[in-house]
Write a protein that binds this ligand. Structure first.
Ligand SMILES: [Fe+2]
Ligand SMILES: [Fe+2]
Length: 327
């Protein structure tokens, strides 16, 4: 499946402080286990909140719903079930309190951060500007900043690949992507009157392993998710100017996500098995964390961006993540 197909299939029916990071490791996830009855009222709430038909309700969704029923679990968290079993009557019960099934699930919960409200490809050593203003103007300025940072990211990647003798076609695609990101930065900058922050990356080690790790997370997961969100915003944003801006970005971002996977395959081919394993694990963790990221984005991004409600955004990210893993 191509990234374009994955984006389309995922969206069907749904339409501070300065921190320096290259690869930003997710904060440690918390383990959870739950076993609970499912009532007819729960099913009705899930249908409404997650916009799912009764027959399509899956174990992960029920698990997440039940997880958030516990007031001790903050709504910026995102549970990722490693094992999940669901029994559910196909027919609705008469009374809301009637028990219609049960769910058992176990896994880890990840937390999202507000620094992830804007998407793009961060270079190694990227310095995140403060993200305490969630007004549309300020968010667009940060998005313009991140598009400009993506220019640096692709130039950096082209230089690194050149140094390791990678195929010329891959290097040329990175340079082409850098030129496209410069255009994205202009498109985003034209939408805002707010000051566009500028930060330079801090010097970071550029071993093949470090670059492969960064690409596996920042390119293969985060930028693919950025392509997915650009698609969503190009259809769902509340103003014609925003929809038009994201429509200009979406094809490029989709190609950039695919480029990341092609670079990933080449870099992985240069590494030993232990390093490959570490990278695959980090990539899986980033995918598992996507629903938490989506939840934070849906919570904090201005409504004008047209994102779905947090629960629906998290469910979409879960489907998208599953698609990335399957591909
Ligand atoms: Fe971009
Ligand atoms: Fe991009």
């Amino acid at each position: 499946m191509t990234l374009r197909h994955l984006i389309l299939s995922t969206t069907v029916g749904s339409l501070g402080a300065l921190t320096a990071c290259g690869y930003c490791p997710p904060s440690d996830p918390e383990s959870f286990w739950l076993h609970d009855d499912v009532t007819e009222a729960d099913v009705q709430a899930i249908i409404e909140e997650y916009n799912q038909a009764r027959f399509a309700i899956d174990c992960d969704t029920v698990c997440e719903y039940k997880y958030f029923q516990d007031p001790g679990n903050g709504d910026w968290m995102s549970p990722h079930a490693e094992t999940c079993t669901l029994e559910l009557d196909p027919e609705p019960a008469e009374q809301p309190e009637d028990i219609v099934g049960d769910v058992t699930c176990e896994g880890e919960a990840y937390d999202g951060e507000r620094t992830e409200m804007c998407e793009g490809r961060r270079p190694l050593g990227h310095v995140e500007p403060p993200s305490d203003d969630a007004s549309l103007d300020a968010v667009l300025a940060r998005c313009a900043h991140l598009e400009a940072a993506s220019v640096v990211a692709f130039r950096q990647l082209a230089r690194q690949l050149h140094g390791w003798g990678a195929p010329v076609a891959l290097i040329e695609r990175c340079l082409q992507a850098a030129a496209e990101e410069a255009e994205h930065a202009r498109v985003m900058a034209a939408l805002t009157k707010a000051h566009i922050p500028h930060t330079d990356p801090t010097p970071t080690e550029e071993t093949l392993f470090a670059v492969a790790l960064h690409n596996a997370v920042e390119g293969c997961v985060n930028e693919c998710w950025a392509a997915m969100l650009a698609f969503l915003k190009s259809r769902m944003a509340r103003t014609p100017a925003l929809r038009a801006a994201y429509a200009r970005l979406v094809d490029d971002e989709t190609r950039h996500g695919e480029l990341a996977w092609d670079v990933h395959r080449w870099l992985m081919g240069q590494l030993n098995e232990t390093d490959q394993q570490r990278i695959t694990e980090a990539q899986r963790a980033a995918i598992a964390r996507l629903p938490a990221v989506a939840r934070v984005q849906a919570e904090w991004l201005p409504q004008a961006m047209g994102l779905p409600a947090p629960a629906a955004a998290a469910a979409m990210a879960r489907r998208f993540g599953a698609g990335l893993l399957a591909a």
